[in-house]
Design a protein around this ligand. Sequence first.
Ligand code: GLU
Length: 418
Amino acid sequence: MIAEFDHPTFRLAVAQFDQVAEAMNLDTNLRERLKTPQRSLVVALPIRMDDGTVRVFHGYRVQHDSARGPSKGGLRYHQDVTLGEVAALAMWMTWKTALAGLPYGGAKGGITVDPHALSLAELERLTRRYAAEVFPLIGPDKDIPATDIGTTPQVMAWLMDTYSQQVGFSVPGAVTGKPLAIGGSLGREEATGRGVVDFTIEALRHKGISLEDTSVVIQGFGNVGSHTARIFSEAGARVVGVSDVAGGLFNPKGLPIDEIFQQHRLGRPLQDMKAGDHVTNDELLTLDCTVLIPAALSEQITEKNAGRLRCRILTEAANGPTTLEADAILDDRDVFIIPDILANSGGVIVSYFEWVQDVQRFFWQERDIRQRLQELITTAFQRTLCFAEEKKTTMRIAALMNGIDRVAQAHTARGLYP
Ligand code: GLU
């Protein structure tokens, strides 16, 4: 690994890759190629702040691989974003799109910024400057950004507009996760959460557990966590614990998710609500439940807390929430893991639907989206499960093997240029 990418999350992504490459006996030439991102761009973003001063932010776009099609992946705004973290997330996108059977490679972008500390006007200037700087790399046939932590449909609208201004005409397919008014897709905003629920339902069915007997704990109440909570409670499961950055709420009888969802949208932190007992984020992870869903940042489940988790199923809505050491502990304890590249793929699947609709200028009904999403989820889950059972391995290794194998096949077919 070259020093530029060194970061705990990138080390985790590479360690997973090494483990799986060894298990599947991957061609050694390909191993080296797939370990390093294909292309990375670091940009300085000078922004005029509302008080008249100029601040320079830093942004990244990493394209890990494009053997199977244009690279695809979100844009993250967070104060801890680094090149190495973005590179890890880009690598996971490559395996994720391949596993879901989408005609894409993997990419990710980010800006090191706390978006909540900026005014809306500052956020717009920052986004537009970023779009202008990464312009040579992105486009509907090259690399298609989307929402991720800290970015919203409005941010995607500014990205799409800046891109379109540069080429001189509207290019809705350059970005996904956009508002409906400019070529966004029905169902995209809730897609990751809906996918998380659908994948978990597949796992519950496999384990013979009914939804009525299921209790759910969710870490993170952003786009993914909040929609997961809402859809799970609509489906009839008991959501007993939820949290945001500041801490969480717990009620073994079930939380009033509808009310919490509405209040949180209005900006009220979970800690201010009285619907349950207050718990810290650490305590939340070890609550007794059927399904635990980390839906926040990476490396939350480590060797320190893995032995204390009390769930039967772990659905990884976040990217990279479990360290390699924790993974081994959970495997020993027989926790059924739906790995991130499978569990949170609903987002990029509906992004793919959005891009197809944009490119074809032909828009679908919400029921078409849900039905097609459900079909892809069932296929991906069953294929991964069959593979895991056949090879007597974990769901994570099976998912990674499937994804990596598809990428390897594309590289082998295309050969090495020049
Ligand atoms: N940011 C999401 C992810 O990590 C979605 C990416 C996309 O839709 O392109 O999968």
